[in-house]
Write a protein that binds this ligand. Sequence first.
Ligand code: HEC
Length: 214
Amino acid sequence: MLSGELTTLFRAARKVISVNQKHINDSAIGDKGLSADIVLGKAKANYKAAAGKPLDMNTGTESKQAMLDAVQTVMEDAQDLINEEGVGLKGFLPAIFARQVASKFSSNMKGKMAIKLTAPKSYVRNRANRPDKWEHNIIENKFKSASYEKGKPYYENAKVKGKMAYRYILPEYYGKSCLGCHGQPKGELDITGGKKEGGVLGELGGAISLSIFE
Ligand code: HEC
């Protein structure tokens, strides 16, 4: 299914940034070797590992290409930032990368599709990532319900800003690597200067929301 493939591809690209986060923040290294081409190659490898098969460009070609192009543009634009020697923390985080890719993807698709990384309302740091009514409802009443199957996407036809769309949303949970910033104690500052959410391992921490307009 195309929505599953696109969200898997989005996550596969973001994973390249998470896995390389320490490397990106290493002040002793200039060129990080994370050109757009390299990141695209690694994203496709992550995709294959997650999906169990290579990315098939014969179906949903326009949107898959729009996602790859978005990753390419974001990485091209990020080169000066990530390759600056002598600077540690650069603020080039998985969630920031994801927001930039999402915004590029949506504009590449010219209003036909949109993707977004969001989170439970009480956990949202960046207001730009706030869930809309539909997302909020699914997060609170489906994903947080004890009987909801973990990791299962939810989809239905519903409106986005007044326009009908096929909406698909995938829950994401905090892993160990997330808790340094999103974990406990709640309110303590993380290395980026933001306030920790007080989250725990395995807790619902976010969601990827895709809309395909009619
Ligand atoms: C180095 C600290 C750090 C780590 C590690 C980290 N995050 Fe974040 N996360 C942030 C910051 C800062 C933001 C806000 C980004 C922005 O301004 O858009 C954020 C934003 C998010 C968002 C978007 C919603 C929002 O709050 O604006 C989600 C979802 C999220 N993180 C999930 C995760 C998950 C899941 C992991 C682990 C796989 C993780 N984060 C690891 C710092 C971190």
